[in-house]
Write a protein that binds this ligand. Structure first.
Ligand code: F6P
Length: 359
């Protein structure tokens, strides 16, 4: 096998674990195979810039990355290169510039670290330009198909769990109902896992409808046991009881989830008489030190992604299945959105603990 020159980029929303994955790729590629590694800055935007925005990665440059949040390569979750918004307001297909950028760097293969949106775009570019792409799954939402774990999810769950641990004590001290709104886009994985781990009394996820009267009944049941406080965790994409999405538009007109916690606080206060407070956890879930498990997934994924390139197995994504790293077709992973299955073992666990989860 000849010496290779590989690129790596991080794309989409950042999360904890991206720097450990860069570190693992560099260690495997240089330490085992003696290849060259180029870090591409700001994902596809770096590849469409001239000169291409990149930096050489050596073992020294990744020596402090295991515990570092964010991504030293930068990232973006804006600007689909097939419809890239230009300064004059027009949308331009810039995919050929990205393909040319890959060739300008003299790459033999590219590792793309991303969620479903980014990986779909990267694959489309790779197919168009016949580029050698290997993917690594990352997203706090944990909603990519074919993998039980994506980098970033475990850290986000840890942070949301710690928030619940803290909210429980202040809820009890003031006899309040505390509502924690967490991220996850259209999937309720963070809310479900953190809700169980953090001892929430009510967990609301987009996949399961709920009734406000039943939430208030749960709060009343607790009060009848002398527990005059409750903790509710709600995923950001949960709708109002009558099915309305709550979103906020930013200055560019893009819509983001946010606000369901406040809605619930008002409704719960009205139906139960309880004093309510809302905490929106937001991007705290994506920042900071990666958890040990995220470091572990990142390291295992990074090593195996480089090995896929060594075996010239392209258009594949590394995945975690049954405590093993395997590889699956990228198309398979992005084609199967993985929301919470109402028959999931964690849903049964939550119900078994008497947590109200809707029905
Ligand atoms: O997909 C990851 C995620 O953090 C979602 O959970 C959340 O809805 C969204 O990204 C927030 O995106 P932004 O960083 O653009 O506000």
């Amino acid at each position: 096998m000849g010496k290779k020159r590989i690129g790596i980029l991080t794309s989409g929303g950042d999360c904890a674990g991206l720097n450990p994955v860069i570190r693992a790729v560099v260690h495997r590629a240089i330490g085992t195979y003696d290849w060259d590694v180029v870090g591409i800055l700001y994902a596809t935007q770096g590849l469409m810039s001239r000169p291409v925005r990149c930096r050489t990665l050596d073992l020294h440059s990744v020596s402090q990355l295991l515990t570092m949040g964010g991504t030293i390569l930068g990232t973006t979750n804006k600007g689909n290169p097939f419809r890239f918004p230009m300064a004059d307001g027009k949308l331009l297909d810039r995919s050929e510039e990205i393909i040319a950028g890959y060739h300008e760097l003299g790459l033999d293969a590219l590792i793309g670290v991303g969620g479903d949106g980014s990986l779909a775009i990267l694959r489309q570019i790779a197919q168009k330009g016949r580029l050698n792409l290997v993917a690594i799954p990352k997203t706090i939402d944990n909603d990519l198909g074919s993998t039980e774990r994506s980098i970033g999810f475990d850290t986000a769950v840890n942070i949301a769990t710690e928030a619940l641990d803290r909210l429980k004590f202040t809820a009890a001290s003031h006899e309040r109902v505390m509502i924690l709104e967490v991220m996850g886009r259209d999937a309720g994985h963070i809310a479900l896992s953190a809700g169980i781990a953090g001892g929430a009394d009510v967990i609301l996820i987009p996949e399961i409808p709920y009734k406000l009267s039943q939430i208030c009944q749960k709060i009343a049941e607790r009060e009848s046991m002398g527990l005059n406080f409750s903790v509710v965790v709600v995923a950001e994409a949960v709708k109002t009881e009558d099915g309305q999405s709550i979103t906020q538009a930013d200055s560019k007109g893009d819509c983001r989830y946010g606000g369901i916690g406040q809605y619930l606080a008002e409704q719960i206060s009205a139906c139960s008489g309880a004093e309510t407070r809302v905490t929106i956890l937001g991007h705290v879930q994506r920042g900071g030190t990666p958890s040990p498990l995220d470091r572990l997934y990142a390291t295992a994924f990074g090593v195996h992604a480089v090995d896929l390139i060594a075996g010239e197995q392209y258009d594949r994504m590394v995945a975690w299945q049954n405590r093993q790293v395997v590889s699956v077709a990228i198309q398979e992973a992005i084609g199967q959105y993985s929301a919470v299955n109402p028959d999931d073992t964690l849903v049964k666990t939550a119900r078994g603990m008497g947590i109200y989860l809707g029905n």
